[in-house]
Design a protein around this ligand. Structure first.
Ligand code: 13P
Length: 248
């Protein structure tokens, strides 16, 4: 049985003092040993966040980093910096980064390889636009994104990755994919991993759903065989996040 994972993507929200207040508020609400809980906070709050959860099982993740080792990349943050401060996870290829910061499949792949080099668990995002869904190319598009992301990644490393399927039309819109729509794509991602690697790898890898996850829809989504948890945006900034973690 794959363990459920609930990761909060705080995006560009909360100052460091607000982040610590929020973590202290959420800590007692997210006590569920059956669920791995992750807070992906803004860069400037990472060190404080790592310290704030040190007496808990909550993991801290970054929302991005740059794939080069070090050097003249003004404004960027490296994987070694994240590793050094105790960051355990990193989101890679979120649709907002693809849309606003020109993150391509090639960049996603470089980041995935670099995250593994530093033993930081990547949360690799994929997802289709509404136009792609309506054109019937969702599965093709997602399969291409996954194949490109995992290029040159060994099966042993792939097993450690977390994949998040986030239909772009469901992000921040309140329009959640139906559990059948989400399951269909998550199952096809697992089939794609099985094709690239093998069945064993596909069975071990965790695949999350993201896009308007809330306490109202979490139960329905999480009971699907191929949905191993959620990547949560808006609700991760509220006490309701506790209800998502304690979904049973
Ligand atoms: P919402 O939960 O706000 O729709 O955001 C989803 C998301 O983008 C998480 O990465």
């Amino acid at each position: 049985m794959r363990k459920k994972i609930v990761a909060g993507n705080w995006k560009m929200n909360t100052t460091p003092s607000q982040a610590i207040d929020l973590i202290e508020k959420l800590k007692p609400l997210v006590k569920n040993d059956d669920v791995e809980v992750i807070f992906c906070v803004p860069y400037v709050s990472l060190m404080l966040a790592v310290d704030a959860v040190k007496d808990t099982k909550i993991g801290i993740g970054a929302q991005n980093f740059y794939f080069e080792e070090s050097g003249a990349y003004t404004g960027e943050i490296s994987a070694s910096m994240l590793k050094d401060i105790g960051v355990k996870y990193v989101i890679i290829g979120h649709s907002e980064r693809r849309q606003y910061f020109n993150e391509t499949d090639e960049i996603v792949n470089k980041k995935l390889l670099k995250a593994f080099e530093y033993e930081i668990t990547p949360i690799v995002c994929c997802g289709e636009t509404l136009e792609q869904r309506e054109a019937g190319v969702t599965i093709d598009h997602i399969t291409t994104q996954i194949k490109n992301a995992f290029r040159n990644v060994s099966d042993d490393l792939a097993k450690k990755a977390i994949i998040a399927y986030e239909p772009i039309w469901a992000i921040g819109t309140g329009v959640v994919a139906t559990s059948d729509q989400a399951e269909e794509v998550c199952a096809s991602i697992r089939a794609c991993i099985s094709e690239i690697y093998d069945k064993e790898t596909a069975e071990i890898i965790s695949i999350l759903y993201g896009g308007s996850v809330s306490s109202a829809n979490v139960k329905e989504l999480f009971k699907k065989h191929n949905i191993d948890g959620g990547l949560v945006g808006g609700v991760s900034l509220k006490p309701e996040f506790g209800d998502v973690v304690n979904y049973k």
